[in-house]
Design a protein. Structure first.
Length: 126
């Protein structure tokens, strides 16, 4: 949320206070200031008015500065001109090592055992 769009009680810091809390704060203010409470409230109101006036002036100065800055596009300026001059990196590409044939010994041993078992079974059958 922007400071400029906040309501007055959010700027002061009373955003999370309910009616009961506000009544307690008011009661404490009456106890502390008594007869001087109207003068204190008047001073507080004047200070708040000056704060808002300064804030509005600050906001209008920023808006004027932002809106007064001309935006121009020039093809020969900025990153777009540099982008065309970009050269591709000359680092060598990664080439994976050639794959070696898998170790076939376990497979061959299994095949040999199967052949031997088959031969033995056929010999017994004869």
């Amino acid at each position: 949320m922007s400071v400029f769009s906040a309501t007055s009680y959010e700027l002061i810091g009373f955003a999370g206070l309910g009616m009961m809390e506000m009544a307690i704060i008011g009661g404490i203010a009456v106890l502390l200031f008594g007869k001087k409470l109207p003068d204190v409230a008047k001073q507080l109101g004047g200070s708040y008015r000056e704060f808002r006036k300064g804030l509005t002036e600050f906001q209008s100065n920023i808006d004027t500065t932002v809106n007064a800055t001309p935006y121009s596009y020039n093809e020969n300026s900025g990153a777009s001109a540099d982008y065309d001059d970009y050269e591709e990196a000359t680092a060598p590409r990664f080439e994976p090592p050639p794959t070696e044939p898998k170790d076939r010994e376990p497979e061959q041993a299994t095949e040999q055992a199967t052949e031997q078992a088959t031969e033995q079974a056929t010999e017994k059958a004869d």
